[in-house]
Design a protein around this ligand. Structure first.
Ligand code: ACO
Length: 356
């Protein structure tokens, strides 16, 4: 039996949630383009669109904003369930502990609320500050920045973060959404599905990528030699963070949406120009070292620049990314619940035979 260890090309689900064509750079989220979602629906409106028929009927942006706000308040009030253990650990582990404390019967909005509330509270505690209670009237982007800083963020920063959350909310059968589907396909709970999704997400090849992208840019800057740094990394068999994608064979169109959002913040034009130069040289080097592989820019460089520009600490990039993607995990998990088929592939045994 031929083994396909990366499962590329395997179609494991029918979905109404999103469509990605990596050769043409097309992404549709339930019949909407990313531009349309960013311009007209925002993060909560996008959640209403992808949860429609799964987590309720006739969902609206306003209803999701209201429900998410109420869930953040409940999550903050129940923080004693996890904060003691979580605050002693690095952020990645602390957020995992907070998610693991969810009751089995948790509703989608209550599951999602753990991510903004725990991420902001754990960062503040680490910095010697008291957690800030949520404001249920605000959007996720506005309230997360407020809970993080202890003061309201500017409208342009809120808009930039909302653009980010909207742009990366749902993207087909990525590793983390697949993990959520596998879990729920055994009739495990939505809370367990999101713990699975989060765990699969944290690796540097997936949702853990944006922090290391900035580390890479800083290292390249410090070296003073963009070409030399890139050559050495590729010669050693290393990967350039922010490039390559299992599905996209041309530049990920979401990268430009995020780049425009960072540029609109008008914060550090020099850094953006440097990132563009690195990107340009990295693409040329990848084409030389990996001819025929079609390695292009993914979203992570612009995502990292955006998160940094709105004041998210570098080691929290993955957790903020998970605030965006969690509704996508949940939508996939709820769609899988309706499909009902348990996911169970097979392996090809290559071990020893019994002696007798
Ligand atoms: N830098 C250097 N080499 C690379 C890179 C890269 N960024 N990406 C792929 N390659 C190499 C692979 O090592 C492989 O080489 P080989 O054939 O000589 O063994 C070849 O290019 C082909 O790899 P693919 O099959 O295209 O890559 P795959 O689908 O397995 O991996 C992945 C995709 C994990 C995203 C990869 O491109 C990567 O590691 N990128 C860097 C990390 C990153 O930016 N991750 C974020 C992705 S976006 C997201 O998940 C949210």
């Amino acid at each position: 039996m031929a083994v396909n260890s990366g499962l590329e090309g395997v179609i494991a689900a029918d979905t109404v949630l999103s469509h990605t064509d990596g050769n043409s750079g097309t992404i549709w989220v339930r019949g909407h383009t990313i531009d349309d979602l960013v311009t007209h629906h925002g993060f909560e409106g996008t959640v209403a669109i992808i949860w429609e028929g799964f987590a309720g009927e006739k969902l609206t942006r306003e209803a999701i904003t209201h429900e998410f706000g109420a869930s953040r308040v409940r999550t903050f009030a129940a923080m004693d369930d996890w904060i003691g253990a979580a605050a002693k650990r690095p952020l990645l582990e602390g957020v995992r502990i907070a998610l693991a404390a969810l009751p089995e019967v948790s509703k989608p909005a209550d599951i999602h609320a753990v991510l903004p509330v725990a991420t902001a509270a754990l960062i503040r505690l680490r910095d010697g500050q008291k957690p800030v209670a949520p404001d249920p009237a605000l959007t996720t982007a506005a309230d997360f920045l407020r809970m993080l800083r202890g003061a309201s963020a500017g409208a342009n920063e809120i808009r930039a973060l909302d653009t980010y959350l909207t742009t990366v909310c749902e993207n087909g059968l990525g590793n983390s959404s697949f993990a959520a589907r596998v879990t729920v396909s055994t009739r495990a709970s939505l809370a367990s599905a999101v713990v699975s999704g989060y765990c699969a997400f944290t690796g540097p090849l997936h949702g853990g990528a944006p922090g290391p992208v900035l580390d890479m840019l800083d290292d390249i800057k410090a070296s003073g030699d963009i070409d030399g740094w890139i050559e050495n990394r590729l010669k050693d068999g290393g990967r350039l963070m922010g490039f390559g994608h299992r599905v996209f064979r041309i530049r990920d169109p979401r990268a430009d949406v995020l780049r425009a959002a960072v540029a609109a913040l008008n914060k550090d034009a020099g850094r953006l120009a440097f990132a563009s130069e690195v990107e340009h040289k990295a693409l040329a080097a990848l084409a030389r070292h990996k001819p025929g592989r079609a390695l292009q820019s993914n979203i992570e460089m612009n995502a990292a620049l955006l998160l940094d520009a709105v004041g998210v600490p570098r080691d929290a990039f993955t957790q903020v990314f998970s605030i965006a993607r969690c509704p996508g995990w949940l939508a996939n998990a709820m769609e899988q619940q309706k499909a009902g088929r348990m996911i169970r592939p097979a392996s090809n045994y290559v071990g020893p035979k019994p002696a007798a």
